[in-house]
Design a protein around this ligand. Structure first.
Ligand SMILES: Nc1ncnc2c1ncn2[C@@H]1O[C@H](COP(=O)(O)OP(=O)(O)O)[C@@H](O)[C@H]1O
Ligand SMILES: C[C@@](O)(CCOP(=O)(O)OP(=O)(O)O)CC(=O)O
Length: 472
């Protein structure tokens, strides 16, 4: 097996964003549908430093997450001299972080299969820092990277896709430290394929992967890969079995290097608009809801099919309105700004977004109306699926809440993001109206905690390590 020498031991740091699936829940599981995925300002950071351990007889990768109790996961690494298969075993078997273990396993085996893993394998420590928005915080005004007295698995999440961002930054960290593969920020396709495989391996299932794609590429119109691409990879052998080890390496390398046909066209929330995330702290079970929706679709006959198709069209219409508005803001910036300035005092609920008494005409006005109407239609179909399947996608209390939001000034509309349920809402609003929305005093908003988040469309990026090291 060929091997390379380790690149100069630098201190690296990578970060990746959280996500909101504004349009495309459930349909995104099928490659023919497009979804609108927004990257958020909440990020997870991985800071890499060569291990201080003086023990040169064995190689370890240690992942530390100092914000959480028991946040230390160490893995012994050994590579078979016959096949090149890399075994990754937890030093402390009672400490589980399937995402960290799968990232180390996937990346090191890929590098081994391509002859890019340095031998002996140098030990490495990766520190993780995660924005507070990923987890429910005990009170406001917590320090930038707040610490919790519980283990990470016991701290309630807000649903921003922490495991996808974690897996992505670990993938970038391991690739850049061990691999001889150029700048990882310029090799997003490799990074994406590796992170998707690691994430699916850890979850034990193949989801749509929109969260990992968003962590890598940022805000995107996402179309998934065929699930069979990943399910073809054999289960990671857990004992030394040369035949299984060789097969795993062979299929892993071929899969990583094949064309997955993923749709990752960059998109963004158009200027002067904002995505506002409201946490309701309800909690929903995504896999159970997915099963109910799939059953409804299988058994629901022509009605179900027609709802499904119409929802796909409404999603597509919202996506093209957003792309259109973004385009107008660039090609026609003066008129775009003037139109946005005209939007005042009313939400989308009663008679559409109101303006300063002037009809919003022209192309921009049409696109605004298209966005507002598409959101209304998406909700209509999601309610039909809720009723038909029994999966609480837009349950009645969320309907009341979203309808009330539509009456607020400057609100284009709101949806239950992703799989929906009781845990969150996501509004599209004018920038000028954000303060008025978050300060609305109507009782119905009492349980909504508006998250201090905004779209930040950039995906994986390299950060300056020293500025973050002070938080460790
Ligand atoms: N900051 C972090 N440090 C270490 N592990 C993390 C961190 N954030 C997420 N993880 C891993 O991801 C798991 C949460 O994944 P999951 O339940 O799929 O939630 P999500 O929907 O946020 O991705 C955690 O239990 C932990 O294993
Ligand atoms: C149903 C889905 O299409 C979208 C789920 O979106 P969420 O944003 O609700 O995701 P989780 O954080 O994993 O619960 C399933 C999928 O695409 O994998």
């Amino acid at each position: 097996m060929p091997s390379s020498t380790l690149p100069v031991a630098e201190r690296y740091c990578f970060s990746a964003p959280g996500k909101a699936l504004f349009a495309g829940g459930y349909l995104v599981l099928y490659p023919e549908n497009s979804s609108f995925v927004t990257a958020l300002s909440a990020r997870i950071y991985a800071l890499i430093s060569p291990s201080q351990s003086l023990d040169t007889t064995r190689s370890t990768v240690t992942v530390l997450s100092p914000q959480f109790a028991e946040g230390e996961w160490s893995y012994n690494i050994s590579r078979s001299s016959t096949t090149g298969f890399v075994t990754v075993s937890a030093v402390n078997l009672s400490r589980k972080n399937p995402f960290a273990q799968a990232a180390v396993t996937t990346i090191l085996n890929y590098l081994s299969a391509t002859g890019n893993l340095p031998m002996p394998i140098p030990s490495l420590t990766i520190n993780i820092l995660s924005d507070n928005a990923y987890h429910s915080q005990p009170h406001d005004n917590v320090p930038r990277f707040n610490t919790h007295s519980q283990a990470i698995s016991a701290v309630p999440k807000t649903g921003l896709g922490s495991s996808a961002a974690l897996t992505t930054v670990l993938t970038a960290a391991l690739l850049s430290y061990y691999g001889n593969v150029g700048r990882v920020t310029e090799n997003k396709r490799l990074l994406h394929n590796l992170a998707q495989i690691a994430h699916c391996t850890a979850q034990g299932k193949v989801g749509s992967g929109f969260d990992v794609a968003c962590a890598v590429y940022g805000s995107i119109v996402y179309q998934r890969f065929l699930p069979s691409i990943i399910s073809a990879i054999p289960v990671v052998p857990n004992e030394l079995d040369d035949a299984k080890g060789s097969e795993y390496l062979h299929v892993l390398k071929n899969t990583i290097e094949s064309n997955w046909n993923v749709g990752t066209a960059a998109c963004a929330i158009p200027p002067r608009l904002r995505l506002l995330m409201g946490d309701i702290s309800g909690g929903s079970e995504t896999p159970a809801m997915v099963q109910m929706v799939q059953q409804w679709r299988r058994e629901g006959g022509a009605d179900a099919e027609s709802t499904w198709t119409s929802l796909g069209k409404a999603n597509q219409s919202l996506i093209s309105a957003m792309i259109g508005l973004q385009g107008e803001s660039e090609s026609n910036p003066k008129e775009y700004a003037a139109v946005m300035d005209q939007i005042i005092d009313s939400g989308a609920g009663t008679s559409g977004i109101k303006t300063l008494g002037v009809e919003i005409g022209g192309k921009i006005g049409g696109l605004i109306q298209q966005a507002v109407d598409s959101i209304t239609e998406i909700r209509h179909h999601l309610r039909a699926i809720t009723k038909g399947s029994g999966a609480q996608i837009e349950p009645e209390q969320q309907t009341r809440l979203l309808d009330a939001c539509n009456e607020l000034p400057g609100v284009f509309g709101g949806v239950v993001p992703g799989a929906g349920g009781y845990d969150a809402i996501c509004l599209l609003v004018t920038e000028a109206s954000v303060d008025r929305v978050v300060n609305a005093t109507n009782d119905i908003f009492a349980n909504v905690k508006w998250l201090e988040l905004r779209e930040e469309s950039v995906g994986l990026r390299e950060e300056a390590f020293p500025t973050l090291a002070e938080y460790l």
